[in-house]
Design a protein around this ligand. Structure first.
Ligand code: KG4
Ligand code: ZN
Length: 361
């Protein structure tokens, strides 16, 4: 079975072909991603109207590329999957309308995919035996989301924890921009923090685990609040961390001192990662024996990957992390989730509409 999938919820236009093999493997045959990052970088963030236009310009070409790289034509496609929510409405509409058109013109079944479920489904791509099996917990950390889900079945997600304001990716992007890291700042922040951990611990490699004992960690001037809500909930608040960081940066500026950028990045990353580790430890304790799937653009963060590995090992459960190349927005993950929606009988038709809103409650 060949699945053609589309993703256009934010600033990446993507089309992919995923084949479902008889042994259950979901094999990526092509996964074309046209990134708009260079365009939006000029503005320091995504401009929705520009995003929609760029999707409309790219989608036919990348569909052609996805089919030709997989050596297939539309007559070989058995299912079409498309991200229908959440995201930028104008951007989503490009993918949804394009998918509806191809499905109707070629008489191919269509399924709508929730972007968040799609991110978690990145872990389902590849060999069936090494993929997680529900029930499991999924943590989605991206530019728009920071949430923990209880995945009872491949298509049945319940939210058990979320951010009450900003997402973790947004927290990296916004502060990163202020300290001069180009948009999207997540990757640059990751690298700068690595240098910060090396500086703080005096080691040749970045030893995250040694940071807490370093003199840099005890530097009161660098103190930042935890974005983990201080109660029994699984919720976060990243706006407090962001505001405190802005105040810290102002203090340095006003006193004319140069900011130790690496050490600042390390502290900021440490607080963000520790908050996630804390709430994930709690979630794993509340749901004993469930494995964890890490997903979303921020799942590429090396410090978060290291720390969650430690948390899961301690809890005696497995951590499933998609390869870095499948953490950000891509259509292969939408195809994987689309397959399970199809198996569940969740078919869409020509009345399908896009929505900016979350559908998982
Ligand atoms: O999932 P994604 O591609 O798009 C959304 O659905 O939002 O996530 C994008 C986010 C951006 O905020 C970007 O800065 C962040 O993922 N990101 C990272 C890293 N790589 C990408 N954040 C931290 N560390 C990284 N290595
Ligand atoms: Zn995403």
């Amino acid at each position: 079975m060949n699945i053609l999938a589309f993703e256009s919820s934010c600033d990446e236009t993507s089309a992919a072909i995923v084949e479902r093999l008889d042994d259950g493997e979901l094999r990526i045959k092509s996964n074309i991603i046209a990134s708009q990052i260079e365009t939006h970088r000029l503005y320091g963030g995504v401009v929705p109207e520009i995003a929609s236009r760029a999707h409309a310009e790219a989608i036919s070409r990348i569909t052609y590329e996805a089919l030709s790289e997989a050596d297939l034509s539309l007559s070989d496609v058995d299912l079409i999957a498309v991200t229908a929510n959440p995201g930028l409405i104008g951007a989503l509409l490009v993918g949804v309308n394009f998918a509806k058109g191809i499905a109707a013109a070629n008489n191919i079944p269509l399924v709508a995919v929730d972007h968040i479920k799609g991110h978690a489904a990145a872990a389902l791509l590849g060999d069936k035996d090494s993929a997680p099996k529900p029930p499991y917990l999924a943590l989605t950390v991206s530019g728009g989301h920071t949430a923990i889900y209880l995945v009872e079945d491949y298509t049945d997600f319940k939210i058990i924890g979320t951010t009450r304001d900003d997402a973790i990716g947004e927290a990296f992007d916004k502060i990163g921009r202020i300290i001069g890291i180009p948009y999207p700042a997540g990757k640059g922040f990751d690298e700068l923090s690595k240098k910060g951990f090396i500086l703080a611990t005096g080691d040749k490699e970045a030893f995250y685990s040694k940071y807490k004992k370093s003199a840099a960690y005890k530097d009161r001037e660098m103190t930042l609040p935890s974005p983990a809500i201080a109660d029994d909930s699984l919720d976060f608040s990243f706006s407090g961390l962001k505001t405190a960081a802005i105040n810290l940066l102002h203090r340095f500026e006003q006193s004319g001192r140069e900011l130790p950028r690496e050490l600042f990045a390390a502290r900021y990353t440490f607080e963000a990662v520790e908050a996630v580790a804390k709430k994930i430890s709690l979630a794993l304790a509340l749901h004993p024996g469930l494995d964890l799937v890490l997903s979303g653009g921020v799942a590429a963060n090396s410090h978060l990957r290291y720390r969650l590995n430690e948390v899961c090992r301690k809890a005696g459960v497995s951590l499933f992390m998609p390869p870095i190349s499948l953490c950000g927005d891509n259509a292969a993950m939408i195809a994987a989730q689309g397959y399970y929606e199809y198996m569940k009988g969740n078919l869409a038709d020509s009345t399908l509409n896009a929505s900016a809103l979350d559908s998982i409650v």
